[in-house]
Design a protein around this ligand. Structure first.
Ligand code: ADP
Length: 618
């Protein structure tokens, strides 16, 4: 199995460049996933962290369920194919492909059979005795792929492998790589800045910008339901028209008005998908793709500015009074359209988009998560009128203080089932309406979870308006958040942080002996004797390790009452970092919540500062 899990992965290069921030992604075994985004958005860095060529600053990487952060690249069972295929010029194709296996001292017979098999898969059997200079660009790239295939890796990483090829060859290699993925039935992670490659090759696409994931979805869903203006305009050519408009409502009719008195009305179903009524009356960004506009007899008045006849289609750049940019229209070839002509534009409003003018996030359409107001009372999760007992598996991942802060749970719209699930909540829902998409159907339903609408997406759904259905949501798919949106649950069980200790007061000073160390405080006013010390996760301080402080030129503050901690993992929660450490005297690990600037990957050994308010005696 070669499924991958990246959790809260960050990469900060020396000098402070934040290349990747809070990258969270599950990649299924045998999936073909594409990372796409403009140059510098962090695609290659992410790929290189997966390969082990770049250290992960913080966060975790799992491959096939095993943590890989500290595993050597050669032991990760991964093969990487780069843009410049770097073949050895003095070696034949066979020798180039065999080289890596030879270094690993693989049996020569095995090498021969693997190289031959790979050559067959790639259709280069008759090239095996040639040298690279006698090969075309496409053939060389195939050899580079072959070199990866012979290693029989669990995961293939491909970093812009086609960008050195000419346009025609790129198209051909694109489909060859897709076929290769099917043949090898292995996980593929493919990096490109080319949206066409992304759209045609990926099962799923990860769109990145400035080191942050913008959206992860199937190509069709990304195209039809972009979550923000960046995704909307990054995919599609010519790109989506986006212009400022005012959202207006008259009775139950919803419109956008723009330009000089132009107006377009949403269909009833589309109008219901507005996420928040408070947008009515305000300025929003309206989006519509060129192919979702037609020329008609009635509609928005426009004048043709430029026409491009591309043979298979005609692109019209139309001027609408009061709009800064031309509206781009893509229609079937029509040589009758000429520059200067007065036309009417008809928008397919069911396929239109609406974005917040400040945040640039989508405010209409299928949301990727449902945000539901929540609280915890007596160990029950309270959602509207419903109460659900929190299972132990959830409770143990909360710190006491975070449970108090719970204000909202988030349920991804793609993680809802109509079949019973273990450890889940069951919710009664009534279907309001459905919105079909190319590869999934979005169902808008009413529930008694206190929010208006609950939206979920399903691959095959026969649900229709009026149907009543029970929805199951696994606790493991629910994330818990505070008022300001911070995630409150940690990945691992939070330890109870308890250790036996001996307390003694003398001359106005209380000493607490724990794990062979004596901590000294002003008189704590407790009777002498044996106690249990419980450290409070969010009240523990820390001081830098001496060597680390020196190396990073950090002034090291000395503190009294410290315990040496050796960390083995961390989990980022908002602007905090939960660290899991072993501390002498504590039978189980100790969990502490420290500022997120601290990362155990940079400094696995440090000291906890145990102040008077960092613990209780029980
Ligand atoms: P992409 O693959 O999307 O083009 P990269 O992952 O290569 O982007 O780069 C992401 C960011 O990290 C960029 O701002 C880049 O300049 C920076 N970066 C990449 N490698 C290094 C490095 N070795 N040292 C410092 N900054 C780097």
């Amino acid at each position: 199995m070669a499924d991958l899990l990246l959790e809260n992965v960050y990469k900060v290069y020396e000098g402070g460049v934040r290349a990747v921030s809070d990258f969270n992604l599950k990649i299924a075994d045998k999936e073909f996933i594409v990372f796409v985004g403009p140059s510098g958005c962090g695609k290659s860095t992410t790929l290189r962290m997966i390969a082990g060529l770049e250290e992960i600053t913080s966060g975790s990487l799992y491959i096939g369920g095993s943590k890989m952060n500290d595993v050597e690249p050669k032991d990760r069972n991964i093969a990487m194919v780069f843009q410049n295929y770097a073949l050895y010029p003095h070696m034949t194709v066979f020798q180039n492909m065999a080289f890596g296996l030879k270094l690993r001292k693989t049996n020569p017979k095995e090498i021969e059979s693997r190289v031959k098999r790979a050559a067959e898969i790639l259709g280069i059997t008759d090239l095996l005795e040639r040298k690279p200079k006698a090969l075309s660009g496409g053939q060389r790239q195939r050899v580079a792929l072959g070199r990866a295939i012979v290693r029989e890796p669990n995961v293939f990483l491909l970093d812009e492998p086609l960008s050195n090829l000419d346009a025609k060859l790129r198209v051909q290699m694109r489909s060859e790589i897709t076929k290769l993925h099917k043949k090898l039935a292995t996980t593929f992670i493919y990096v490109t800045h080319d949206q066409t490659e992304a759209m045609t090759m990926g099962d799923r696409i990860v769109v990145m910008k400035d080191g942050l994931i913008q959206q992860v979805d199937s190509p069709a869903t990304l195209y039809e339901q972009p979550r923000n203006v960046f995704v909307a305009t990054f995919l599609g050519s010519p790109q989506m028209n986006i212009f400022q408009a005012t959202l207006e409502k008259e009775g139950d009719h919803l419109f956008v008005s723009f330009g000089e008195g132009q107006r377009a009305e949403f269909t009833k179903t589309k109008a219901k998908q507005l996420s928040n009524e408070s947008y009515v009356g305000s300025t929003v960004l309206f989006g519509i793709r060129p192919e979702n506009i037609k020329l008609g007899k009635e509609g928005i008045q426009a004048k043709v500015d430029v026409v491009e006849h591309l043979g298979s289609e005609t692109i019209v750049y139309a001027e609408v009074k009061g709009l800064k940019d031309n509206v781009i229209v893509k229609i079937p070839t029509n040589y009758e359209i000429t520059e200067g002509m007065e036309v009417r534009l008809v928008f397919d409003m069911d396929r239109s988009h609406l974005f917040d003018s400040e945040t640039k996030q989508a405010i209409m359409g299928v949301p990727d998560v449902n945000k539901i107001p929540a609280a915890v009372e007596n160990g029950d999760l309270v959602l509207g009128k419903q109460r659900f007992p929190l299972p132990e598996s959830v409770k143990e991942r909360f710190f006491d203080f975070t449970l108090r802060d719970l204000k909202e749970i988030r349920v991804p719209s793609g993680e809802v089932s109509t079949e019973a699930l273990p450890d889940s909540i069951a919710v009664q829902a009534k279907v309001d309406f459905v919105v079909p998409g190319s590869d999934s159907t979005a169902v808008y339903a009413t529930t008694d979870l206190a929010t208006g609408q609950f939206v979920f997406r399903m691959k095959d759904s026969a649900l229709k308006a009026g149907d009543e259905v029970t929805l199951y949501i696994a606790f493991s798919d629910i994330s818990f958040h505070s008022e300001d949106g911070l995630r409150l649950n940690s990945r691992e069980k939070v330890s109870d942080n308890k250790a036996p200790c001996v307390v003694k007061t003398k001359d106005g000073k209380t000493s607490v002996k724990v794990g062979g160390k004596t901590l000294v405080y002003p008189d704590l006013g407790v009777k002498d004797g044996a106690y249990t010390m419980r450290l409070l996760s969010d009240k523990i301080g820390f001081v830098f390790d001496k060597k680390f402080a020196k190396k990073n030129k950090i002034e090291r503050v000395d503190a009294a009452n410290t315990l040496k901690a050796k960390a083995y993992d961390e989990d980022r929660i908002g602007d905090k970092n939960a660290v899991y450490c072993s501390v002498k005297g504590f039978p189980s690990y100790v969990t502490a919540v420290l500022p997120a600037v601290f990362s155990v990957y940079k400094m696995p050994v440090f000291k906890f500062v145990i102040n008077q308010d960092s613990f209780v005696l029980e």
